[in-house]
Write a protein that binds this ligand. Structure first.
Ligand code: ZN
Length: 313
C-alpha cells in the first residue's frame, strides 16, 4: 500500500518537474525560449467548439493521473479544460510563433498550399515538442528502453527532418514539393485536432524496426472547425508519395474516407479537443475514447474496428 502511494507521489513529482522545464524554440538555429502556445488556435477553432465557460474536453497529458501503479496500465482519459490551457506546448519563441499569422490572421484558406505548409510545419513542431517532453518523462520514469529509443528515433529521423523540409518548401515557395488533401464540411464538426501520423500504412514502430534507421514517412492531419464550416487538411512531402496510395484511394470513396477521418481523429491523434456538449451527449464517443485510451501499444489500434462517430459528408 505504502509502496503504491510512494510510486504515485514520484510520478506527480516528475510531472511537476516537467511542467517547470524550459525548452528552446524549435525554429532551426533559434536559441529563444519556447513559449507555451496553442497547437490549435484559442480564438479560432477552440472557441468554436467550447461551452459557455470556454471549456473543451482534451486528452490528459499527465501520466501520474493516467498510470495505474497497481496494474502498470496506462489509460489516458479526456478531461474538461479551459481553452486557455488546452492543447498548449512549448514549441516556438514569440518571434517564430508569429510566422503562423500567415494563416491565422484571416483564417485558413482551403486549397491554399502555402497555408497548408505553414500549418503542417506548426503541427510537426508541436508533435516534436510533445515527443521531446515524452522522452524526458521516459528517462525520469525509467520506463522501457524500446519506447525510449523509438522516441529518440522519431525526434531525430522523423520530426526534425520533416520540419526542416517543410521550412525549406516555405522559404523556396516550392509548393509542388508537397501533396495535400483538403476536405471542407459545411458545418461545425465540434472536434478539433492536430496530429502527425505515419504514412506507412502499418505501425510506425514496425517501420522503425524494419527500416534500419531510415527516415519515417509522416503526414500531418488537421481538423479546423469554425462556426459555419470545418476544414480538414492532410499534408505530406512528395518524396514520401510512394507510401500514400491507401490514403489517396480512400479519398476517392467518401465512405472509406469518412472512416479514415474517424480513425485519425479518435484513434491516432493525441491532440484532440471535443465540444463538451458533443462529448457528454454521446455515449458512443465516450465508450470509444475509453477503449482506445490512447494506448502506447499502437498495435491494438489496428485490431479495433473504427466506428463512424463524426459524419464528414
Ligand atoms: Zn524562435
Amino acid at each position: 500500500m505504502e509502496e503504491f502511494k510512494k510510486e504515485k507521489q514520484r510520478l506527480y513529482k516528475i510531472e511537476s518537474e516537467i511542467e517547470e522545464l524550459k525548452f528552446n524554440c524549435l525554429f532551426e538555429g533559434c536559441t529563444g525560449e519556447a513559449q507555451k502556445s496553442h497547437s490549435q488556435q484559442k480564438k479560432g477553432s477552440l472557441l468554436a467548439i467550447s461551452n459557455k465557460n470556454k471549456e473543451v474536453y482534451a486528452l490528459d497529458s499527465n501520466i501520474a493521473r493516467s498510470y495505474d501503479v497497481r496494474t502498470g496500465n496506462l489509460s489516458v482519459q479526456f478531461r474538461k479544460k479551459r481553452i486557455a490551457s488546452a492543447s498548449t506546448f512549448p514549441g516556438f519563441c514569440v518571434k517564430h510563433e508569429a510566422i503562423f499569422s500567415v494563416f491565422e490572421k484571416n483564417g485558413l484558406e482551403p486549397f491554399n498550399d502555402e497555408h497548408a505548409c505553414y500549418l503542417s510545419y506548426r503541427t510537426v513542431g508541436y508533435e516534436l515538442a510533445r515527443q521531446r517532453e515524452s522522452k524526458i518523462r521516459h528517462e525520469k520514469l525509467r520506463f522501457g528502453k524500446l519506447r525510449h529509443d523509438y522516441l529518440a528515433y522519431s525526434i531525430e529521423k522523423e520530426l526534425t527532418l520533416l520540419m526542416k523540409s517543410l521550412m525549406s518548401v516555405i522559404e523556396k515557395q516550392s509548393y509542388d514539393e508537397i501533396e495535400t488533401i483538403w476536405h471542407v464540411v459545411p458545418r461545425n464538426l465540434r472536434v478539433s485536432c492536430s496530429s502527425c501520423i505515419s504514412l506507412y500504412d502499418g505501425i510506425a514502430e514496425e517501420f522503425y524496426m524494419q527500416s534500419n534507421n531510415g527516415e519515417l514517412p509522416t503526414f500531418t492531419f488537421d481538423v479546423i472547425p469554425s462556426k459555419l464550416e470545418t476544414i480538414i487538411v492532410i499534408t505530406w512531402l512528395k518524396k514520401f508519395d510512394s507510401y500514400s496510395k491507401w490514403l489517396k484511394d480512400a479519398k476517392d470513396n467518401l465512405s472509406d474516407f469518412e472512416r479514415l477521418i474517424n480513425r485519425f481523429i479518435f484513434f491516432d491523434s493525441e491532440d484532440i479537443c471535443i465540444d463538451p456538449a458533443l462529448f457528454k451527449g454521446s455515449k458512443k464517443i465516450q465508450d470509444v475514447v475509453e477503449q482506445v485510451s490512447h494506448v502506447i501499444d499502437r498495435r491494438r489500434i489496428h485490431e479495433m474496428e473504427v466506428p463512424i462517430l463524426i459524419k464528414v459528408q
